[in-house]
Design a protein around this ligand. Structure first.
Ligand code: MEV
Length: 424
């Protein structure tokens, strides 16, 4: 079997599936899994990426109880991990004790980078580029009259001289207000368009022209005050503050702490059709912006003994273009959220990240997270043991009640017991 299949992309969906079937020895049953698609549909999927053979589903849930800037939101979340949606709903309820979550954000400014090399005098090149700033901005803005009409477009040019393995490089940043778009396409087009002019005025050579995913000009901030009573007392507040101190000081912990934040952020990102990798890249590079990777959030105790949480995180999200527009379920998510623009969506996602973080820290500082995971995990194991319908809940419940290890062999024993009971 050879994976070299010339023209695979040109084949019809049916023929592509046939090729994969031959290659991997798939059965008719397995092929049916590829052909039965959800709302996205094969034809739409086929236009979104290359070499499509099907679509891939994930659970779509709703987190409740969110009060953000005094407004109630139901939060659409798409995620494979048990407990995330329940934890978010639970922690959101706690934040209501202090009026919910409050947010703000910067203008939606993305950065395009232009890498200029082979310049004799980098200082002089910097001067020339900044001297021609308006020409560069005009040239960039010619690429996107619609964005400019909406009040967006290229707003500023910055120049950095970078010491690299290949000597000094001049790195030009084009700062673009992308309004309701995620913006990577818009800024990449602009960077490509201005590159020849930059070469001309500096005598250098441009290589890369691409968005920076360290979107540090497009950040959202969220804050919440959680009453100690809503958390179960001041000891819990102290535990959460101590968990934060651990993450702040230790990159090994900060990675997991931030992963908990991204559980919420990415679940909303998937539900609304965002580029999740751009959001992840932005978040983690921002967490390392001082040179040391640390926590994206801050948890403190105020004079009343209540918990105060805050977060600042890049949030490059759009509500026009890309998968958001194409995927009907992403459109539905936006409708459930009732948001008006990308900035509002970004702020909601920052708030969800903070609340998700609270949920994890509260669990970790008290009972641990396994208990919360157990119910869904036990249900999965029960289904794997062959339980169907109501049997799944009964087997799961009994495994937990009897405190037996949640394993397929134990689930099978309990299932047999239930079945023999119902027969007799
Ligand atoms: C699990 O998906 C996320 C947590 O590990 C986050 C954390 O440790 O803060 C629970």
């Amino acid at each position: 079997m050879n994976s070299r299949i010339p023209g695979f992309y040109k084949l019809s969906l049916k023929d592509r599936i046939e090729k994969v079937k031959e290659f991997a020895g798939l059965s008719e049953e397995e092929i049916k899994l590829l052909k039965e698609t959800g709302r996205l549909g094969l034809e739409t999927a086929n236009r979104m990426i290359e070499n499509v053979i099907g679509t891939f589903e994930l659970p779509f849930g709703i987190a409740t109880n969110f009060l953000i800037n005094g407004k109630d939101y139901l939060i659409p979340m798409v995620i494979e991990e048990p407990s995330v949606v329940a934890a978010a709903s639970n922690a959101a309820k706690m934040t209501r004790s202090g009026g919910g979550v409050f947010t703000n954000s910067t203008e939606p400014v993305m950065i395009a980078q232009i890498q200029l090399v082979n310049v004799e005098c980098p200082g002089s090149a910097r001067f020339e580029i900044l001297n021609q700033k308006q020409e560069i901005l005009d040239l960039a803005n010619k690429q996107d009259p619609v964005l400019v009409k909406l009040g967006g477009g290229a707003k500023d040019v910055e120049v950095r001289i970078l010491d690299s393995l290949k000597g000094k490089m001049v790195i030009i940043h084009l700062l673009v207000d992308v309004k309701d778009a995620m913006g990577a396409n818009a800024v990449n087009t602009m960077a490509e368009a201005v590159a020849p002019y930059i070469e001309k005025i500096t005598g250098g050579k441009v290589y890369l022209r691409i968005v920076s995913n360290l979107a540090d000009r497009r950040v959202v901030r969220a804050k919440t005050v959680v009453r100690k009573e809503a958390l179960g007392g001041e000891e819990v507040v102290d535990g959460i503050v101590s968990a934060y101190a651990f993450a702040e000081a230790d990159p090994y912990r900060a990675a997991t702490h931030n992963k908990g934040i991204m559980n919420g952020v990415i679940a909303v990102a998937l539900a609304t059709g965002q580029d999740t990798r751009a959001i992840e890249a932005g978040a983690h590079s921002y967490a390392a912006k001082t040179g040391k990777y640390t926590s994206l959030s801050v948890w403190e105790k105020n004079s009343e003994g209540d918990l105060v949480g805050s977060i600042e995180i890049p949030m490059p999200v759009g509500i026009v273009g890309g998968a958001t527009k194409i995927n009907p379920l992403a459109q539905l998510s936006l409708k459930i959220l009732g948001i008006k623009n990308a900035r509002e969506l970004a702020e909601i996602m920052g708030a969800v990240g903070l609340v998700q973080n609270l949920a994890a820290l509260k669990a970790l500082a008290t009972e641990g997270i396994q208990k919360g995971h157990m119910v869904l995990h036990a249900k999965n194991i029960a289904a794997m043991a062959g339980a169907v319908g109501e049997e799944i809940d009964s087997v799961a419940e009994l495994m937990i009640k009897r405190k037996v290890k949640v394993r397929v062999d134990n689930a099978k024993k309990i299932l047999q017991e239930i079945r023999s009971r119902t027969k007799s």
